[in-house]
Design a protein around this ligand. Structure first.
Ligand code: NAD
Length: 311
């Protein structure tokens, strides 16, 4: 399959590398020039769970350098870059090109659908984990299920083909006919873990320990679940709080991605995670005071990166 990856950071590089190794024609697009140059000069270095090796793969900072139209474009920029990245894709989108988002947070399918039409977009979630180690180098840090589906739940030929290509690349993928429920369930999990981990600067396992943190986690998750239910979203688990707690325990040594961003003083996806619950809550008249407060606290932390005291 001809595949372009847009946003070849941690996840884009890992998926791109795995897809290239299994024989697909993969092209990486990223605005990070040093990373693109390193990949073109030496290859992409992948280390960790799937082994340590260089993968030969082409990369560019410019969409215009790509010849022909791909069958699939996988969007792996951070959610706050989706619109800007998607707007540059028009020249490479052909009649049979599908756009797949496996990003975290809410709103990515809507952004892509608004620009290119709903029928071009497919979505999903992944439990794979990756970290950028430097230009041209990525750590395969986590492996877990990936699920994809059509927005309308239909079992189309293209969704089957794409799932097969992912499976052949070692990315264990199932087709899910309730992709909105899947995205919301992953959102609820991120709502209960990410920002809270940032405020306490702890790994996932610590969040569910002690007296105060679990109480805040419960409040954040309950608000998100109420909003989802009011919207008629079918979540993957009856008891989402229990699922969030269980994931914290299973991934006890993980530093969540928002905490990684804050440690590196980078912009976070807060507006697409807890902030999205606030926005959606307003639309269905469900108050979300805990999510609102934590969203503003994270925004305040981002605003003060350059003023932080280092003792
Ligand atoms: P990342 O920051 O490592 O990578 C994003 C890349 O996008 C960067 O290399 C950046 O240079 C590039 N980019 C920014 N604007 C661009 C543009 N206009 N065009 C092309 N490239 C552009 O992020 P990540 O950790 O790989 O996460 C990507 C998405 O996947 C996020 O939504 C994240 O929440 C989700 N996710 C991450 C993990 C993980 O373990 N890292 C796991 C599951 C889901």
């Amino acid at each position: 399959m001809r595949i372009n990856i847009v946003g070849a950071g941690a996840m884009g590089s890992l998926f791109g590398g795995l897809l290239a190794e299994s024989g697909n024609q993969v092209f990486l697009i990223d605005i990070w020039k040093e990373h693109v140059d390193a990949i073109n000069n030496k290859g992409l270095w992948i280390e960790g769970l799937s082994g340590n090796r260089f993968v030969k793969i082409e990369a560019s900072t410019e969409t215009e350098e790509i010849q022909g139209k791909p069958d699939l474009i996988v969007i792996f920029v951070k959610s706050y870059h989706t619109e800007e990245a998607a707007n540059k894709l028009l020249p490479i989108i052909g009649e049979n090109t599908s756009l797949l988002t496996l990003q975290n947070g809410l709103g990515n399918t809507e952004i892509l659908s608004k620009i290119y039409g709903k029928e071009k977009v497919i979505a999903g979630t992944t439990s794979f984990g990756a970290t950028i180690l430097g230009p041209g180098k990525v750590l395969h840090a986590g492996t877990g299920p990936t699920a994809i589906g059509e927005l309308d739940g239909k079992l189309t030929t293209r969704i089957k083909d794409i799932a097969e290509v992912l499976n052949q690349s070692g990315i264990k993928t199932e087709i899910n006919q309730n992709v909105l429920g899947l995205i919301w369930s992953k959102l609820v999990i991120n709502v209960g873990i990410n920002a809270l981990g940032v405020l306490m600067r702890v790994k996932n396992g610590e969040i569910v320990k002690g007296e105060f943190s679990p109480k805040i986690q419960r409040a954040l998750v309950e608000e998100a679940v109420q909003v989802a239910k009011k919207k008629g979203i079918k979540l993957t688990h009856e008891d989402m709080l229990n699922e969030v707690i269980s994931i914290c325990k299973k991934t006890e040594n993980n530093i969540n991605s928002m905490l990684q961003d804050v440690i590196r003083k980078r912009k976070t996806e807060i507006d697409f995670i807890n902030g999205a619950i606030v926005k959606e809550g307003e639309m269905v008249n469900i108050p979300t005071p805990f999510n609102q407060m934590i969203t503003e606290l994270i925004r305040a932390i981002e605003e003060k990166y350059e003023k932080q005291i280092n003792i």
